[in-house]
Design a protein around this ligand. Sequence first.
Ligand code: FMN
Ligand code: ADP
Length: 364
Amino acid sequence: MKSLPYFCRGEVIRGFGRGSKELGIPTANFPDSVVDNLPADIGTGIYYGWACVGNGDVYKMVMSIGWNPYYKNTKKSMETHVIHTFKEDFYGEILSVVLVGYIRPERSYNSLEALIAAINSDIEEAKVTLELPEHLKLRDDNFFTSAPSSSSALPPNTASTSQTIINGDLSAPLAEELNCFFARFETSQQHHSSAPVLPPSPPGSCTTPLTVREHDVGRVLLAVNPRKAAGPRRSTWQGAQGVRSPARPHTFARIFNLCLAQAVIPPFLKSATIIPVLKKSPITSLNDYRPVALTPVIMKCFERLVLQHIKDYLPPDLYPYQFTYHANRSTDANNNIMLSIQSSRTFSSPNWSLSAPAISHVPR
Ligand SMILES: Cc1cc2nc3c(=O)[nH]c(=O)nc-3n(C[C@H](O)[C@H](O)[C@H](O)COP(=O)(O)O)c2cc1C
Ligand SMILES: Nc1ncnc2c1ncn2[C@@H]1O[C@H](COP(=O)(O)OP(=O)(O)O)[C@@H](O)[C@H]1O
């Protein structure tokens, strides 16, 4: 979708009143003029992004664009659920949004409960995905700081369109400018990409772009021992444990593939909880503790998937004393080898190969 991220704003109008009452998920509706202005490549479906009411704070949001097949609407709508609890309704206010990414197509569900579950899963996906650094940048975009607070601040003929005003200059359509700015690399991506240029891979190395499959993500999620200490983001992990819900592996596969495609790991996946584990007692100083970093379980699952990929590409004749990526190599085995090498050197052998018998028991 070359028009993403897509910036637009308009007055919040009334819909059918089902969002709050039937679904428990209020959705602010845009007027036709905003809906009709959507670029052709932003099709119907569910999107995530950022939203701001008037000139308030910017929050994560999910948006449904289309005909709500469950309700068989006859008119296309753009409905935004802002992921925040507001004290009161904001009909008549200006809602500014940036659509950042696409989640899924609209579907007609068999029950209201299934529709609600799908929307809640979209919300969870948006919450996590929007933490990616390049998405966080859009939250801080000038577009939001220049938001008019009410429809009366917009000229009469643009009150409900994606037009906007910068410093009173009505001819400056900031939203459009931003849309063009972010779409500027779309036509010739390979020559003008903003991504860093990587050196060519050495001959014989793996050049297949790494992606993870939903099925494998599901398998790894299921394999995690829930009794093992979890690092930060325990709640994300507990959410992921509902893997019986088919949306979970799908959601995490999407997030992992996004990270791999962009070579970015969002900071929230890299944070760790440091636990001091006693090395020896009695405790005389802090040095008697070993700091153990517990990374988020979701990150461990991701690492496991990438590790499997790396292993698939290792040559069969990998140097036997290389420990990383070798099965059955523990820290103890590593220490034994180091000690063996050290002792054979102490007995003044300049030849490292002499230490080989001492380490021949290391499993391959
Ligand atoms: C994230 C999200 C996902 C949605 N997915 C669907 C969907 O798959 N099928 C559907 O019929 N409606 C979907 N909707 C639209 C809701 O049915 C709609 O917001 C609800 O009918 C409230 O409409 P109202 O604001 O006009 O009262 C979705 C809405 C949101 C916010
Ligand atoms: N978090 C929120 N996201 C979207 N709208 C909200 C939110 N909290 C309150 N609202 C209010 O609820 C309205 C949407 O409620 P809803 O029941 O879907 O009615 P409607 O069909 O009129 O849009 C919005 O127009 C807004 O004024």
